[in-house]
Ligand binder design. Structure first.
Ligand code: FAD
Length: 250
């Protein structure tokens, strides 16, 4: 490898600072490093990462940077799915992680939209957490309605942080819980802009919470959830061609 190649390779290697559980199946890994390319990232971008295995570097996997672009540490919030993601909780401080990026254009011009609808399925919340952390840092006034679909309240993470954000930002959060029949006991009177819906995200839920055909819609999650959300949006008159999308398939 050339000297330039070696330098680049060293810059790409970040070190684990800590791994913090977010929920029963999701962890945030925080990394420190010196690659200035990542200092110029935008909210909502992702990186392709490799971890060290006994037989060398793993294959690369894509993950959104859930930290705000202003944050020094990179943070990835990772749900256990298969072999790679299940190894994340075992990463020890100091372990090397190779990061390529920042990549992607999702949410590129989101700051310019005065009124925003975010629709997330499960861990598809990560680009929106990055955007909202960025909005909090810069004191943005954009009106945001976030719909977040999960099976149960157990799957929801960062809920206190989101609740606090509804007091600091022009933000309303609608949790849609597909496997909960009774959501009333999750209501917190002190956070009136955190709303709860039992059942799947539907056109009815979207329209009751103010989504109109003109809305600037951003959608992220696993493919089946995204397909269903697009159908519901289309029935409301939102043109799918204008919905900004990030698909968590690999
Ligand atoms: C741009 C982008 C950003 C992402 N950001 C995040 C993030 O912030 N947090 C996060 O947790 N995940 C994110 N993902 C998803 C993440 O990359 C995968 O969950 C991870 O790479 C899976 O690796 P694994 O080895 O653990 O699982 P695998 O063993 O590869 O797969 C896990 C499960 O998914 C199924 N599967 C395999 N291939 C596919 C496929 N093509 N489509 C659908 N299902 C499949 C497998 O059958 C298995 O059940 C992102 C994906 C993309 C493309």
């Amino acid at each position: 490898m050339s000297a330039t190649g070696e330098n680049q390779d060293r810059k790409n290697i970040w070190r684990v600072v800590k791994v913090v559980p977010e929920s029963h199946d999701t962890n945030s890994v925080y990394l420190e490093g010196l690659d200035e390319g990542f200092a110029r990232r935008r909210a909502g971008q992702y990186a392709s990462i490799r971890i060290m295995r006994p037989d060398g570097w793993s294959e690369p996997h894509p993950f959104t940077i859930s930290a705000a672009p202003e944050d020094q540490l990179l943070r990835f919030t990772i749900k256990k799915a298969g072999k790679f993601t299940s190894a994340i909780p075992d990463l020890m401080p100091g372990a090397p992680v190779k990061c390529m990026g920042p990549l992607g254009v999702f949410c590129k011009d989101i700051d310019t939209r005065p009124s925003i609808v975010m629709i997330a399925g499960g861990v598809g919340i990560t680009p929106f957490l990055s955007v909202l952390r960025h909005f909090r840092n810069i004191g943005a006034t954009n009106k945001v309605t976030l719909f977040w679909s999960n099976k149960t309240m157990e799957d929801v993470f960062a809920s206190d942080e989101l609740a606090e954000m509804t007091t600091a930002l022009n933000l309303q959060v609608v949790h849609c819980l597909s496997r909960e029949d009774d959501v009333i006991h999750y209501v917190r009177q002190e956070y009136p802009k955190i709303l709860l819906e039992a059942g799947r995200l539907s056109g009815d839920v979207l329209s009751r919470h103010g989504v109109t055909p003109e809305a600037a819609v951003y959608l992220c999650g696993p493919p089946p959830m995204m397909e269903s959300a697009l159908e519901e949006l289309q029935a409301l008159g939102v043109d799918p061609a204008f919905v900004e999308q990030e698909k968590f398939s690999w």
